[in-house]
Design a protein around this ligand. Sequence first.
Ligand code: MN
Length: 280
Amino acid sequence: MKLSLTAAHAALAISLLVGALPPVHAQTAAPATAPAAPESGGPVDPAKIQELVIANHVLTDLNVIDGFGHISMRHPGNPNRYLLSRSVAPALVTADDIMEYDLASNPVDAKGRNSFFERYIHGEIYKARPDVMAVIHTHSLGVIPFGIGGVPLRPVFLLGAFLSPSVPVFDIRKAAGQTNMLVGTPDLGKSLASTLGSRSVALLRGHGSVVVASTVPMAVFRAYYSNVNASLQSQAMALGGKVNYMEPEESQKTLATIENIHGRAWDLWKRAALEKMTAK
Ligand code: MN
């Protein structure tokens, strides 16, 4: 093929080449290093940190999470930061394990502590949902059948009303093909947040769930009753016959009641967890 290079083409090629070169001062700059860690969102009331620590223990005591799973809270003083324990089993979490992240899930000051591989779940949901102040990721056994079968998880009793009208399922294969099933990148976290939309709960196919709320106690309540509702729904279906689900209007009317009474359950769970924690 015959090449035809006009003067204009040549000038364009040269200008692109020159433009592609770094300026002289950049060539003498220090070698590239890792990006600076994000700044802290400021000090956090130790009582709020303690609430997050206790929530880790409550979720373990309630069998919502075991050696895996995690709960975070948005930084109370800076909406662009969140708090999450280092990579450790929730039952072992203490205040010293709580780390701060920006919403891209970069640690503010790791102090040698390892981060959860799936922390992007938290950062990307906080980005997408300004109303969310707490995020839980579980591998709860009770909800998993509803992420792998053809039956949606729906409210069957009053304390599961927040599941209305039904719970969406995030299928990582549809988002990214063949993977190791873990939400280990910002893009996967974003995709999961998109599936969650404005709901309180989403299931992860063959993996678990995410639960969100405007407080840590409410997130714990929803994570626990997601599991309970799933168990009751499974039992009702096993009995055979048509399952009589709560209507969306019933669920809506029930939500305000739950808002008012969920603290009663939290107080009980918290006391039991504290007794166990101090007995260790
Ligand atoms: Mn997981």
